[in-house]
Design a protein. Structure first.
Length: 417
């Protein structure tokens, strides 16, 4: 399956994104404050300032991702770059941000130069589904409430799975709808949905959380943690609304925004306070790790590392198996069969991609042997591998878990005999 996007869809999405996010930066500052962060904050207390809550959110997010100097972080929908700047300055990692807004790119490029971190910041005007980064480019990846603008979540996470390194971690902060309400926060209120499309977000939708989780899992990610931060977003939206209400239309006009757009944004802010108060919209932080054959990053046993006040969350790399598994094929397949001659093969557990190689293992930790006729039976489906083992037709010596570790590598290439 090729996950790509048509030029027409990119153009459509870009127009929708620019309609909202290309409003003057100073207009957004009226309600986002100095933090310039357009996603939910994280509150220790309802009395926290907006800037403090946003700082808490970014720190917790980076902590969950276990960022460090050797990391390359992909930020999908990077906005005005707060996560990018914080990750580069505090953790010393390289950050690539994606956006479809030229206004945001101009702001980030200028700000990165002012902060002296241009060498760590890369900002690209490209749709997430139109990227062409090589497989495994990023050690960490995520998004702060931007995947809502991408209609095809399964395609997004399949693409993200390829772009992330084998021991990679992703963290997505996502606004969702509720499964019992469909894809709208305004059940039975068609005019409210039309308002959103006309004045606020022409593209995107609110998937429910089960849809997002399923898309991640089907792509190959393993869910590590799911934290509901809806109450935090209610507090954030309430402070945004208060900021806009205080600004009034005249201050908005001074930033270059016409009164009707200001009033639309004010209504949107008030409506957002209402939807998060009612929980017709929800907000989550979703943490996952890349999983697959031979890939599994171990977790800290103490969940306190996933909290703002807990210890630094640093885990080892993926579990590693060392050594080789040797497979000996004994005897020959009976007369008239395709023929699997006596031979010796091996699989290197540290290089599963290389598959089965001819010749004996130089560092065997497990040796298995099977008669050629029995091997043919397993390859044609007449005999299962577990049955072959239980019936004593697949004989092993050494660490059986090593054989299980490489079973996929053994199964596929041997099908070609």
């Amino acid at each position: 399956m090729v996950d790509t996007i048509s030029p027409e869809q990119v153009s459509h999405d870009q127009e929708g994104i620019r309609f909202h996010y290309d409003l003057p930066a100073e207009f957004f500052r009226l309600f986002l404050g100095d933090s310039f962060n357009y996603s939910s904050g994280y509150y220790r207390s309802p009395e926290d300032s907006l800037d403090q809550a946003q700082h808490n959110k970014i720190e917790l997010y980076c902590k969950k991702l276990e960022l460090g100097p050797g990391d390359h972080l992909l930020d999908i929908g990077a906005g005005w770059g707060n996560l990018m700047f914080y990750a580069a300055q505090k953790y010393g990692c390289k950050v690539t941000g994606l956006s479809l807004s030229p206004v945001q790119k101009e702001y980030i490029t200028k700000r990165a130069a002012e902060l002296g971190i241009s060498h760590l910041i890369n900002y690209e005007l490209v749709h997430a589904l139109a990227t062409d980064f090589p497989d495994g480019t990023f050690t960490k990846a995520g998004s702060l409430e931007a995947t809502e603008h991408i209609e095809d979540l399964p395609a997004l996470y399949r693409k993200l799975y390829k772009m992330v390194a084998d021991d990679g971690i992703i963290c997505v902060q996502i606004i969702t709808g509720r499964a019992n309400l469909g894809e709208t926060s305004f059940p039975g209120e068609e005019e409210a949905t039309e308002f959103m499309r006309r004045y606020i977000y022409p593209v995107g939708r609110w998937a429910n959380i089960s849809e997002a989780v399923t898309a991640m899992e089907n792509a190959g990610f393993e869910i590590v943690d799911l934290e509901n931060i809806t109450d935090h977003y209610f507090l954030t939206q309430r402070q945004w609304y208060q900021g806009l209400q205080k600004a009034y239309a005249d201050k908005a006009a001074n930033t270059g925004v016409e009164p009707d757009r200001y009033l639309a944004q004010l209504l949107f802010a008030a409506g957002s306070v209402d939807t998060f108060r009612r929980s017709t919209n929800l907000d989550y932080q979703l943490l996952a790790r890349k999983n697959g054959p031979g890939i599994r990053r171990p977790l800290q046993l103490d969940r306190a590392t996933l909290t703002l006040d807990g210890p630094e969350r640093k885990t080892d790399g993926p579990y590693k198996m060392e050594g080789q598994v040797q497979l000996s094929i004994t005897g020959d397949v009976g007369t008239g069969q395709a023929g699997i001659p006596s031979s010796v093969w091996h699989v290197d557990m540290e290089n599963l991609e290389a598959g089965v190689r001819e010749g004996p293992a130089t560092n065997p930790v497990c040796k298995v042997s099977i008669d050629g006729n029995d091997l043919l039976a397993t390859l044609t489906g007449q005999l299962s591998w577990p049955d072959a083992f239980v019936q004593g037709k697949l004989v092993h010596e050494g660490d059986l878990t090593a054989l299980l570790w490489v079973r996929d590598a053994l199964r596929s290439p041997l099908g070609g005999f």
